[in-house]
Design a protein around this ligand. Sequence first.
Ligand SMILES: *Cc1c(COP(=O)(O)O)cnc(C)c1O
Length: 404
Amino acid sequence: MRDLRRDGLYRQLRVVESAQGPTVRLAGRDVILLCSNDYLGLAGHPSLRDAVAAAAERWGAGAGASRLVSGNMSPHAELEQELADFKGYQRCVLFGSGFLANVGVLSALAGRGDVILSDELNHASIVDGCRLSRAETIVYKHADLESLEHGLRQARGRDTVVVTDAVFSMDGDLAPLRGIAELAQRHGARVVVDEAHATGVVGPGGRGLVAALGLHDHVDVVIGTLGKALGSYGAFACSGPHIAEFLINRARTLIYSTALPPPTVAGALAGLRLLAGDSALVRRLWDRARLLRGSLARGGFQIAESEMPIVPLIFGAPSVALAICEEALTEGVFVQAIRPPTVPRGTSRLRAVVTAAHTDHQCRKAALAIAKAAANRDRHSPFDRPVPLVERTGEMPRQTTSST
Ligand SMILES: *Cc1c(COP(=O)(O)O)cnc(C)c1O
């Protein structure tokens, strides 16, 4: 622990003293919140609050057992059906969280003697899912189709799963999904795509990257979380009927864990209905993202032109990212420093995330505050200049209002 402190890698919990929203109360002060994954501002939305309260009255606080025993209730079935329809799949299976979904799905689909090909920047829960599966895991270079193909050749003759984030959580860039699907098909591999940061964020009406590229027939399982854009908690895996039945019989994190509480399920369902019923919500998120990116660029950061709400400001050393995070807080903006092992060494950063709930004024003010914090820090130690950000952009078709 002393080493962690010395290296600027020590982690501490901060306490938010208000509901989640574009501003939160932190240590007695209201600050602009610029690091939440509550992309559509639904976590504190009145419709979700009402739905959760009503469900608590009607269905109680807990499910009481695993879904395979007696915990599978009408709200669970209803949410699964609507999620499947939204994502364009025949079936959907709920899990306790995105972490549990990745671990459950990967360890069900792959086992000893099989191969999983995993992008080097995939989420920690995918990494742990690979480990738990006992399959041989080949890590391919980030978003690199040549590296993936090399891995697929190594896997020849064995059951193979390719797994990738759709939107990478710490950089906000997109997986080259069309290429991945093509290669996987050529080599007879299954494809699992984690749309934790794509659901409610990317594609027609926020339906995700698989939907944006029309790859339903080439992606076997789409995983998503209910805890980010959908404003609640829990997760899901969409697939065809065969894989859904297989997961119900084999995914240990589903079988051996208590079902989601009915109020939580009702909150997610209310979030999904808001999203599915109003594509303006997602367009608003894209507008905010463009505005924040523009404001940060004017503040001196090198920012890619994109509509993605995740904007990494890479500073390099963890202590620098941490110091600028603290500076930004004194300027009234909470944007968390992200350090190894969450991101590779030398890429410690502020991960700025804007939501549909932020006002124009809050976007501009936040960008200004971060630029000021970085400049202050720069003055204090001229050798720790921020590294200009070079973003990867992937193959996203440009999002337009007509695509929703
Ligand atoms: C957040 C996240 C998860 C985990 O989802 P939870 O519902 O928060 O457990 C999984 N995959 C990715 C890519 C994520 O960003």
